[in-house]
Design a protein around this ligand. Structure first.
Ligand code: ADP
Length: 435
């Protein structure tokens, strides 16, 4: 019922009462009586509404006029709300059931790190008990890598870590934020694949190691033969030279493979010794003056920031970048190494004005043995492992490798170290300079 028809009804009642009262000579009393009756009727209806509101799940009582409409609208709204809640609850139940039936561990943690929910595999993998819900996850999981990763709050890359104790279990943890700062944890047992990966790395390392000695003997004899060309049949000189060149290439390959497997096997170890990048670059420049005297390598040291890391690994990464810059550019062109602070990070950029790289190759450059063109690398004697080493060293130092290149114009390879991770080294450096 709308407002106008309700008003019309009240007006009709007043007119009717006035007319009826007029017949008996008391129109005002009749109107007053009718209004009083109306008020009593409304009060009763209100009382019914109030009674129903105390327990609105029951169907509403029989009411009339405006109150009847009001009550049925409230009832409809209430019903819709109940249905939406039930739907939501069934969605939550459905999701929880599907998470619960997953073979991977799933856990939900709030923004204070309090465990809100977890399935059975998560309980088993993280070593939780059924009564641990509502406790802080930081007090329940003891592995230091887990605690560091969780506290750092950067979940772009998953974490693989070994659980505390002697079970030798490796877990892979992925965290996603959702809702009001809550976090969804996916935990998977990756012991078998970590084991396989280790077997693969050990195999590569052992084969490389075993091949080194015979290869040294072969290239040693080849070098001896070629040292005495006068007594050699001239027909053999060229083939022997090629054999020596190829065996040297193989030696370089084995050296890179062994180095890569060494730095990989030290994954997880802390690299926190402050490394003075300025003196590292100066040492590299001195070495290049001896090994590449014809090339111009320019140093641009815009900061003297130290980096928490491993000197030998950083040296190998930077020298790989610089040697590539030299290999893939003309003899008279300049190679620049810049160490600077940029956008709050510390950046080491090696740039050249060489042959450059087509954009489609850039995403795959750091794969082992990936070559832009076979002819390029065989001509330069590359092993195809240089950038894989650089990428690995970057990852173990919390840095990012950025590659910018234009075909025919040149390339810039940058190692970007986040300033945050260098706080420790920076403090030590500050102390050292004061002393
Ligand atoms: P390689 O030992 O063959 O140089 P890398 O892993 O160091 O292997 O590099 C992979 C490939 O990336 C190289 O084969 C080369 O084609 C390309 N590349 C690397 N650095 C440069 C550069 N500065 N300029 C042009 N191409 C480059």
């Amino acid at each position: 019922m709308n407002w106008t028809s309700a008003a019309t009804r009240v007006a009709s009642l007043i007119l009717f009462a006035a007319a009826l009262g007029g017949l008996y000579g008391h129109p005002l009393w009749a109107v007053a009586g009718a209004l009083l009756g109306l008020v009593v009727f409304w009060l009763y209806q209100m009382h019914m509404v109030q009674k129903w509101l105390a327990n609105p799940t029951q169907p509403p009582p029989e009411t009339y006029g405006i109150w009847g409409d009001l009550l049925s609208q409230m009832y409809q709204l209430q019903k819709k709300g109940r249905e939406a809640r039930a739907h939501l609850q069934s969605t939550i139940d459905y999701l929880q059931n599907s998470f619960a039936s997953m073979r991977d561990g799933v856990a939900i943690v709030d923004d204070h790190g309090i465990l809100k929910w977890y399935n059975e595999p998560a309980q088993e993998l993280l070593g939780l008990r059924p009564e641990d819900s509502g406790q802080s996850l930081m007090n329940l999981v003891r592995a230091p890598e887990f605690l560091r990763y969780f506290k750092r709050g950067e979940f772009g890359e998953p974490l693989e870590y070994r659980t505390a104790g002697d079970s030798g279990t490796w877990l892979r943890l992925e965290i996603t934020r959702f809702g009001d700062g809550d976090r969804l944890l996916f935990i998977r047992d990756v012991t078998a694949s970590v084991h396989m990966e280790r077997v693969r790395k050990d195999f590569v390392a052992n084969v490389s190691h075993e091949l080194r000695t015979p290869l040294t003997v072969i290239s040693g004899y080849l070098a001896t033969f070629l040292g005495d060309t006068e007594r050699l049949d001239p027909r053999y000189i060229k083939p022997l030279e090629q054999m020596l060149q190829q065996s040297e290439r193989m030696e370089n390959l084995l050296k890179d493979l062994l180095w890569l497997s060494r730095i990989e096997s030290e994954q997880g170890t802390q690299r926190h010794v402050p490394v003075d990048i300025c003196s590292l670059l100066t040492e590299l420049q001195d070495e290049l003056r001896l090994t590449q005297p014809a090339r111009r390598v320019e140093l641009d040291l815009a900061t003297d920031q130290l980096i928490a890391g491993d000197y030998r690994e950083l040296y190998s990464a930077v020298s790989n970048l610089v040697l590539n810059a030299i290999k893939y550019s003309k003899d008279d062109s300049l190679v620049n190494i810049r160490w600077s602070r940029q956008n709050g990070n510390y950046t080491l950029t090696v740039s050249d004005q060489g042959i450059g790289i087509d954009a489609r190759h850039i995403p795959r450059l750091t794969e082992r043995f990936y070559r832009v063109e076979d002819s390029r690398s065989s001509a330069t004697g590359g092993t195809g492992l240089g950038l894989a080493i650089v990428k690995h060293v970057a990852a173990t130092h919390g840095a990012r490798l950025q590659i910018e290149s234009k075909l025919g114009k040149g390339s810039a390879f940058s190692l970007i170290f986040p300033a945050m991770a260098q706080g420790d080294a920076a403090v030590r450096h500050a102390k050292a300079s004061v002393a």
